[in-house]
Design a binder for this molecule. Structure first.
Ligand SMILES: N[C@@H](CCC[C@H](N)C(=O)O)C(=O)O
Length: 321
């Protein structure tokens, strides 16, 4: 057998989805074996040589009681992260489209806690993104005390930003006009600034009025995206902390609009927005990627068209990437 045939591993089914142009490869790791090393994720994320995506989303069985699924997220640079808001909405649509559940309210375990997804009409999903974390060590952000606005030295420049965690770290800068904001220049420098020891997503926020903003986000591990759901939540929290916004705000991103609601300190942030499923695909993994294949009933269920919800609590046929 030739070397290339020996290196051929099993097929992996995936779905390409997006939330306002923030795009995802979504993999059901309940019904099929799945493991990808960071370099393989980077190859697949490549827009010229791979499938192309901002994040890889992985659906796993829950590890907690009263939770429906575990949700894992990998940036296009291969790093595993705690939260992805646009991804959470697509996650809800995916598990229903794939008949992994028929629930309309889905509880999902992330690396930073449990979030709740509510499926609405016409592909709309509302996500309870949890209570924002403003305490610097928990973000994490280097500061001796909590403030609503911090001054950060950036080479020869000084910038003012708010630091917020939505499960993942965000820095939010106020700008006069997002179209001319220095996203490409300040974004990468702030993403890996020493005051954000876990790196951060950097949002550039333009206030239109108390209920409407424009936003661009330079995402940690993915670069500028068409939209960032957790970034929209962090931006509204930052705007409210500065006294500039009401509790319900329309956030206009490059890829479209999200509605974000925050009633203030101690309250969770609610995010509402659309989802889109683009295509389903199959790729062959290299032979050394996944662990040994375990028995799965996914394919026979798919053929007979039965609901696969009952398989949810089986052991995952997967291991950590
Ligand atoms: N696009 C996402 C955020 C994805 C993760 C982020 N890049 C990070 O590293 O924290 C969203 O919609 O929230």
């Amino acid at each position: 057998m030739s070397q290339s045939r020996r290196n051929q591993g099993p097929m992996l089914n995936f779905t390409k989805m997006h939330g306002l142009g923030n795009d995802f490869m979504v993999v059901d790791a309940i019904s099929q074996p799945f493991r990808l090393r960071p370099e393989m994720i980077r190859e697949l994320a490549d827009r010229n040589f791979g499938i192309g995506f901002d994040q890889l989303l992985v659906v796993e069985p829950p590890g907690l009681p009263d939770v429906d699924f575990r949700y894992r997220i990998f940036n296009s640079d291969g790093s595993e992260v705690e939260q992805c808001g646009n991804g959470a909405r697509c996650f809800a649509r995916f598990v229903r489209d794939q008949r992994l559940t028929n629930k309309k309210v889905i509880r999902v375990q992330t690396a930073k806690g449990v979030i709740e997804l509510r499926v609405g009409r016409a592909g709309m999903v509302t996500v309870d993104m949890g209570v924002p974390e403003l305490n610097p060590p928990a973000i994490p952000f280097a500061a001796d005390r909590r403030k609503d606005v911090y001054t950060v030295e950036l080479g020869g420049d000084t910038v003012e930003l708010s630091a917020v965690s939505m499960g993942n770290p965000h820095g939010v800068l106020l700008v006069d006009d997002v179209d001319t904001a220095p996203v490409g220049e300040f974004g990468p420098r702030l993403e890996s600034h020493p005051r954000f020891p876990a790196r951060a997503n950097i949002g550039f926020l333009q206030i239109i009025d108390r209920t409407r903003v424009r936003l661009r986000v330079f995402e940690r591990g993915s670069g500028e995206t068409m939209a960032c759901g957790s970034g929209a939540c962090a931006a509204v929290v930052a705007g409210c902390l500065r006294g500039l916004l009401d509790s319900r705000v329309d956030v206009e991103l490059k890829g479209g609009r999200l509605v974000i609601e925050w009633q203030g300190e101690g309250a969770p942030v609610m995010m509402e927005g659309p989802t889109a499923s683009v295509f389903e695909g199959q790729l062959r993994l290299p032979a050394d990627q996944p662990p040994k294949r375990r028995k799965s009933t996914r394919h026979s269920d798919a053929k007979s068209g039965t609901n696969r919800q009952n398989n949810r609590h089986r052991q995952p046929a997967t291991s950590r990437p």
